[in-house]
Design a protein around this ligand. Structure first.
Ligand SMILES: [Mg+2]
Length: 282
């Protein structure tokens, strides 16, 4: 039945073209554009079609942003690693939870000091917006505690974070996810474990800043200059990328190159094997 098959393909193609036509895109990174060794992206390997997809977006002048949950590095450091792997991403085009936190702090908590459990990837986006980041001795005066990727964390840091929250600081976390798509299948997302330690001690649930928090997508929409509902979110993870997009009422595209390779077709507005399938529609 070759003819019938071709008709089905045409209908699928039309659907893909309609879904993607002229819309701004928000792209997940781990499992969508690359598979890396860990949250640090020491060895990011582009996934099939990723280089060409970004090149096509650039050539066509399509608005897009990358949205990752990583805070192991400042955005420009991550971007340098993606560029070295042949992905055409430029400064300002990658959002991390620390960038989203800096946006939210600037808008909703101007002038308020923050205690960060994290390395420079969690701190630098805040400092670059002029946000006061406290050291451990001053942590009790914090209005917000923000937990990110913190490999040099000490027992004293955790204690200071707990005391700040007992003292009335809001508790924010970059991630709650337990793992990310990586080479060999997955890598642990240890920021969530640090968050859980503080949550346990303080009996306080954190406010999630990274995906699938709606704020993360709202900040992306604001920076792109489009209404939230116009966005197309492209990602590999049903619980993170697809559910966030669905909740926000925007379009969800699942790529089967990362966490959810075997999900049913109808879980997203569009499901593709990898990004190369989307190339003709950009
Ligand atoms: Mg992912």
């Amino acid at each position: 039945m070759p003819q019938e098959r071709r008709l089905t393909t045409n209908a699928d193609d039309q659907r893909r073209a309609v879904i993607l036509h002229g819309r701004p895109l928000v792209l997940d990174v781990d499992g969508t554009l690359i598979l890396a060794d860990s949250e640090q992206w020491n060895d990011p390997r582009p996934l099939p079609g990723a280089r060409e997809f970004l090149a096509r977006l650039r050539k066509k002048g399509r608005p897009f942003l990358l949205l990752t949950n990583g805070t192991a590095r400042p955005p420009d450091d991550y971007i340098g690693r993606l560029r070295a792997a042949g992905l055409d991403v430029r400064p300002g085009e990658l959002l991390t939870p620390a960038v989203v936190a800096a946006e939210l702090l600037t808008r909703n908590h101007p002038g308020e000091p923050v205690f960060v459990l994290g390395d420079k990837g969690a701190r630098q986006p805040l400092l670059s917006r002029g946000i006061r980041v406290l050291d451990r001795r001053e942590a009790t005066t914090a209005r917000v505690v923000f937990v990110g990727w913190a490999p040099a964390l000490t027992y004293e840091d955790l204690t200071a974070a707990a005391r700040a929250i007992w003292g009335g600081a809001e508790f924010w976390t970059a991630v709650t996810a337990r793992a990310l798509a990586a080479q060999g299948g997955r890598a642990p997302a240890m920021g969530g474990a640090l968050m859980a330690a503080v949550a346990h001690v303080t009996s306080t649930l954190p406010r999630l800043i990274g995906k699938p928090a709606q704020e993360a997508l709202q900040v992306a929409a604001r920076l792109l200059g489009f209404p939230l509902r116009d966005l197309v979110m492209v990602g590999d993870d049903l619980e993170i990328d697809v559910s966030m997009a669905r909740q926000a009422g925007c379009t969800a595209v699942l790529v089967r190159t990362g966490t959810d390779r075997d999900a049913p077709e109808d879980v997203a507005d569009l499901s593709v094997t990898d990004l190369s399938e989307l190339l003709p529609f950009i």
